[in-house]
Design a protein around this ligand. Sequence first.
Ligand code: NDP
Length: 248
Amino acid sequence: MTKQIALITGGTGGIGTAICKELAGNGVIVVANYFPADKVQAESWLDEMRKEYEHCYIVAADVTDYSSCGDMLESVTDNIGSIDILVNCAGITRDKTLKSMSPDQWNCVINTNLNSAYNVTQQLVQGMMERGFGRIINISSVNGQKGQFGQANYSAAKAGLHGFTMAVAQETASKGVTVNTVSPGYIETTMTSELPEQVLQSIVNAVPLKRMGTAQEVAYAVAWLADQKNAYITGANIPVNGGLFMSS
Ligand code: NDP
């Protein structure tokens, strides 16, 4: 059987790396996208990955830029092959209460966490539908489901991302392409390491499982959704949040 190919945006980040490892461990060829200015770090990331996983690659693109994403997709298709699995994982935070949030803090979070999914998926989805197979997984957040003080930009982007999931899932279902969201709670990565210790402690206290999650636990849900056998779940939002937010 030919190996599947996965593109993971923000693939060299905390959760992205765990997703790359989980998929590569399942025999998938993984292509990790990185922000162009991070070339040196991305190359050393690749050196590390290659020690364990032979079929691992990196590709540069600014996911906030439509034409940069187009160039990335062309490069992957020409040099590696057609993409079967897309994980939209690139994301940033710029926390501020709304009254002091600048237009730049609003726009860069919307562009990186939400418009990025359009920029990549829109240029890829037609090919997946023509080939009759695709798995698209969008990494949202518990804070897109419940909102969060100081995160109007991030909560709006992440809630919008699941709206995007549900709409695209309906457009692609008849062609063998499933589209789902994974919404992590608080996960141990550099993104959360920037939070003050006191805030982290109060978050952990509010989590029924009484701990933060690991990137590996998010990656496991992503790999499960990406599996070829997982063909009847689409438009869903899978929470990986230790019980922090429960919905029917
Ligand atoms: P990281 O900061 O480790 O990873 C995010 C990655 O996205 C980085 O590699 C970053 O590159 C990349 N990125 C940012 N902007 C761009 C861009 N314009 N073009 C290309 N790549 C870009 O964070 P996490 O691994 O923690 O987060 C991964 C995803 O999970 C994000 O979408 C985040 O919102 C989501 N999430 C995380 C949670 C957590 O608790 N950690 C909880 C819920 C959701 P660079 O290093 O150059 O900035």
